[in-house]
Design a binder for this molecule. Sequence first.
Ligand SMILES: C[S@@+](CC[C@H](N)C(=O)[O-])C[C@H]1O[C@@H](n2cnc3c(N)ncnc32)[C@H](O)[C@@H]1O
Length: 229
Amino acid sequence: MKIKNDKPAAMKTRSFMKYRSFIAGHYDGMAGALTGFTGLVTGHEVLAGRLIRPERFDVRGCKQILDAGCGNGRYTKYLLRHADPGATLTTFDLSPAMLKRARNHLKSDRVSHAVADLTCLPYADGCFDAIVCGWVLEHLPDPSLGLCELARVLAPAGRLLLMTTENTFLGKMCGRLWHCRTYQRDDLRSTSSRCGLRWARELWFTDFHRVMRMGGIVVELHREGAVNG
Ligand SMILES: C[S@@+](CC[C@H](N)C(=O)[O-])C[C@H]1O[C@@H](n2cnc3c(N)ncnc32)[C@H](O)[C@@H]1O
C-alpha cells in the first residue's frame, strides 16, 4: 500500500543523509533550545506526565527502558519517576546539543545518553522491555526504517509508546514549523504491522483531545504474536 503523506520541503528536496544532518543542526540550534519553552506554552511538558504513569503507559516491572529521540528529556523525566529503582534508563538522540539539554534537565546518573540514529540503533535485539518514541518518526522519510528498528530492539513481551504527528490541519502546521512529515493513522497502523508491531491501544492526552481528535497519533504497540495483551 502506498503511504499517503505530507512531506516538508526540507525532506522532499534532500537525500535522507542530507535531511538528517539538517535536522540535527536544526535541533542543535535555536529550535532545539526553544523546545523547553514551547513544551510549557503548548502544555506538552505537563501532558507528557498524563501518558507515562501506571494507569496509562506503565513501566513498572520493566528492567531496561529506552527513550528514543529523547530531545530535552521531557519523557525521560516521567520514566525516571515511575520506573522501578533498579531499572536502567537509556536515551539517544541525533542531536548532541539536545542530549546535553537532557542531561542538564534530568541531572540523574541513572540515565545513559548516546548520539544515535533511529534508523540504525546500536543496541542488541530484544533488549528493551519498554520504549518511548515521541515525535521522532515524523523526521524519517519512510516510517518502516524506524519502526522496524524499534521492533528489533523491543523484547518479545515489551511495549512501545509511539507518538507522532497526524495528517490533520494542526499536524500539517506543526510539520511546517518543525520540518517534519505527517502520517495517516491507518497507513501507519499497516506499516507497524509489517514491521512486526501490533497496535495494542490508542491513547489520548485528555478526553478533550479524544473528542476533538487532536494531539497527534499516540499509540501503545506490542510485538506481533506477543501475549502481553
Ligand atoms: C520534536 S523533538 C521530540 C523530543 C522528545 N522525544 C520529546 O517528545 O520531547 C524530535 C527529536 O528527535 C530527534 N531526531 C530527529 N531525527 C532523528 C533520528 N533519525 N534519530 C534520532 N533522533 C532523531 C531530534 O534531534 C529531536 O531531539
